[in-house]
Design a binder for this molecule. Structure first.
Ligand code: NAD
Length: 314
């Protein structure tokens, strides 16, 4: 696993260990945290390597699979860490594919719905090629992932590496970072702290939010499937960011006011996965956890994080 100490990566490490796998997690802790994998650190089937996967990669012994999840993923990171994002999507993908080739291992790439850019079709099927501004602020992430997909398919066609590509749509849940700049943690931080809720634009832009447990189930099934090529994994339940902000206000019982801020450049206006392919090739996979239930679990996690911070300060 690369990116094993991140939000999604850590959930995946827990799942893989619980499935009986022996897991080696590589992470340079750029946006991840050791606390995310703390419970696994003493486990006999888990090893953590503090390592930057854009450098030469070596692992002793055999490997069955490599899951490449390392990459900053928050819009705030697109401005803060542009070169690191481009490097981990390009050099990091090259190094991990090289290792997969050397070990005869299956390779699973964590790609993204951002490959579709600001889409002209909604919902987005895997056959849609996308609408991306390569030189915009978001281009560093979108193009890094598009390059990573191209490199993954080249290793498949040219070197025969067995590959899987997950096009992941917006995912949320415990272990997201309150300050990482994504919409859901932002709204929670503001609602729980009694601050204004900042909504970009008029808040009518849509997203489709998937609870992390459902995503992890989809990735596990994809890893074990025979399907080569991109598969959308996300929740087809589309909602506007204003609706999300209002729902978070409701479940936190907050009376914070909602205020508008200018829309960042190239912000996608709509985002919704067509998951017909996932249903077909992943044994009927679809999200099971209702958004409200997922948000309540996330609220409980963030409340606990804030409580721990208060007691650490006291
Ligand atoms: P995250 O920032 O929590 O996790 C990314 C992890 O990668 C972090 O632990 C970070 O330290 C590590 N990392 C970054 N550069 C590295 C490097 N050079 N070497 C080693 N480790 C490195 O983000 P996340 O939301 O968990 O995203 C995980 C993956 O899923 C990413 O590849 C992301 O593009 C993809 N994804 C996430 C979402 C989402 O909604 N969260 C949506 C689509 C795709």
């Amino acid at each position: 696993m690369t990116g094993g100490a991140g939000f999604i990566g850590s959930h995946l490490c827990h799942r893989l260990v619980s499935e009986g796998c022996e897991v080696i997690a590589f992470d340079n802790l750029l946006t991840g945290r050791v606390e995310n994998i703390q419970p696994l650190l003493g486990h006999e089937r888990f090893t953590f390597e503090h390592y930057d996967v854009t450098h030469y990669l070596h692992v002793d012994g055999e490997l069955d699979a490599i899951l490449h999840f390392a990459s900053p993923a928050s819009p705030a990171d697109f401005e803060r860490l542009p070169i690191q994002i481009l490097k981990v999507g390009s050099l990091g993908t090259h190094k991990t594919l090289g290792l997969a080739k050397a070990k005869g291992a299956r390779f699973l790439l964590a790609s993204t719905s951002e490959c579709y850019g600001d889409p002209e079709v909604n919902p987005q099927p895997e056959s849609y090629w996308g609408h991306v501004n390569p030189i915009g602020i978001r281009g560093v992430y979108d193009e890094a992932k598009r390059f990573a997909e191209a490199m993954t398919m080249a290793y498949h066609r040219h070197h025969g590496v067995d590959v899987r590509i997950a096009r992941i749509f917006n995912t949320f849940g415990p272990r997201m970072q309150l300050e990482d700049g994504r919409a859901i943690p932002n709204f929670f931080r503001q609602a729980l702290g009694g601050a204004e809720i900042t909504l970009f634009g008029d808040g009518c832009q849509t997203r489709s939010f998937c609870y992390v447990d459902d995503l992890i189930e989809g990735i596990w099934r994809l890893l074990n499937s025979d399907h080569v090529g991109p598969v959308n994994l996300g929740n087809p339940n589309e909602m506007s960011l204003r609706e999300m902000a209002e729902l978070i206000l409701e479940i936190t019982g907050s009376s914070s006011p909602i205020v508008s801020r200018p829309l960042p450049p190239d912000d996608p206006k709509v985002r919704r996965p067509d998951i017909s392919l996932a249903r077909e090739v992943l044994d009927g996979w679809e999200p099971r956890v209702p958004v409200r239930v997922g948000l309540e679990r996330t609220r409980d996690y963030f409340t606990q994080v804030l409580g721990n911070r208060r007691s650490a300060r006291a």
